[in-house]
Design a protein around this ligand. Structure first.
Ligand code: AOF
Ligand code: ZN
Length: 352
């Protein structure tokens, strides 16, 4: 692998373009592309703006026009080789006379893959792996979903220092500060599904929308998914018209994720109660945990997670700390801990 300094700079720029804020999160990945002359000067750039719009490569080629001939295309993802919502980028790059393609991450999408071979077969010089880790991180949930055939699951909860999510009488508003709640809405916005159980909808009547710090609804809302078989009253707030809602008629975490995967959803934000959390943890279907821990004690009340069937210390479920951050200041401060489960919990759902 050898990449020129200009290619490295271009890849950094392509990643920046791919991360452009405001791009609607849909079923598609975030992708950026920069076209360079043989001397390493930038000719054009492009990025993907959401499902159904131009891919990053074709957006850059459109901007370059005839100047694309003889250039190097630096792309964050392997160019696609399929006709989907748009035509194959491999064909567009070949037809435009691009000489070399440098990409970060091989495409895990079985439908679109094959770009590298197709470009090579057309006599184009191809290299990849430059800043692959950054590209994978940018499309973390998308990549995970394609590689594991199910959505990535983030379990979020708020608790006291002694792990209580509600007091003995069932009251739970508010354990954490406003700052933590605003922060959790920021994380909600990065997901495409908010998942709770029917019990939570009946008991707490949450709205499950994503709001900004002024309590305004964001334009793009994740799907509100409610899992469970019991019939729900239509006057529950999840049925208001602020976002789409779907009941997943199953109690099985694996089945619920399979249904969401079939709908092209990649990132589930699990916000249900302790029983739903326990079911996902026991099934090995939690990939990331975001815990907002308030500097407060309750001493009694329900735990953030229900019984996991663990009766001896040898069976303890350990996690790996990825990040610890204080959210808010002074009396408003809580601690946000982000953790992942160790590898064995990453159970794929086999395709049939
Ligand atoms: C994108 N944007 O810039 C690139 C993509 O939905 P389609 O049919 O347009 O194709 C989506 C697939 O194309 C996507 O899953 C990925 O594998 C590949 N490349 N997709 O949305 C892009 N370069
Ligand atoms: Zn493409």
């Amino acid at each position: 692998m050898s990449f020129s300094p200009a290619e490295q700079r271009a890849m950094r720029r392509a990643l920046e373009l791919a991360s452009t804020p405001g791009v609607p999160l849909g079923p598609n990945p975030r992708v950026g592309c920069v076209l360079l002359t043989a001397q390493g000067t930038e000719v054009a750039e492009g990025y993907h703006r959401g499902a159904g719009t131009l891919h990053a490569e074709t957006a850059a080629l459109a901007e370059a026009g005839e100047d694309a001939r003889g250039t190097t295309a630096v792309v964050t993802l392997e160019p696609c080789n399929h006709t989907g919502r748009t035509g194959p980028c491999t064909r567009a790059l070949i037809d435009a006379g691009v000489k070399r393609v440098v990409f970060a991450q091989p495409d895990p999408n079985p439908v679109a893959t094959g770009g590298e071979a197709a470009l090579r077969a057309a006599g184009i010089d191809v290299e990849f792996g430059l800043m692959e880790r950054e590209s994978r991180r940018l499309n973390r949930a998308w990549t995970f979903a394609l590689e594991h055939h199910r959505p990535f699951v983030t379990w979020k909860f708020a608790a006291t220092l002694d792990g209580r999510s509600a007091a003995a009488d069932g009251t739970s508003r508010w354990i954490t500060s406003r700052a933590a709640r605003v922060d959790s809405h920021r994380l909600r916005a990065q997901c495409d599904v908010m998942l709770v159980g029917t019990g939570t909808v009946e008991a707490d009547d949450p709205e499950l929308t994503v709001r900004d710090e002024y309590d305004g609804l964001l334009a793009h809302q994740p799907l509100r998914a409610v899992m469970g078989v019991r019939a729900l009253r239509r006057d529950r707030r999840v049925f208001n018209d602020s976002a789409e809602t779907e009941q997943l008629r199953t109690r099985e975490p694996r089945e619920a994720l399979a249904l969401l995967h079939a709908r092209d959803r990649h990132h589930v934000f699990l916000e249900g109660g302790p029983h739903l959390a326990a079911a996902f943890v026991e099934a090995g279907l939690v990939d990331e945990v975001v815990a907002y821990v308030a500097p407060a004690l309750l001493g009694a009340g329900s735990n953030a997670v229900a019984d996991l069937g663990i009766s001896t210390i040898a069976d303890i479920r350990r996690l790996v700390v990825e990040d610890v951050t204080t959210v808010g200041t002074g009396a408003e401060a809580d601690v946000r801990m982000t953790m992942t489960f160790q590898a064995p919990t990453r159970t794929p759902i086999e395709r049939d």
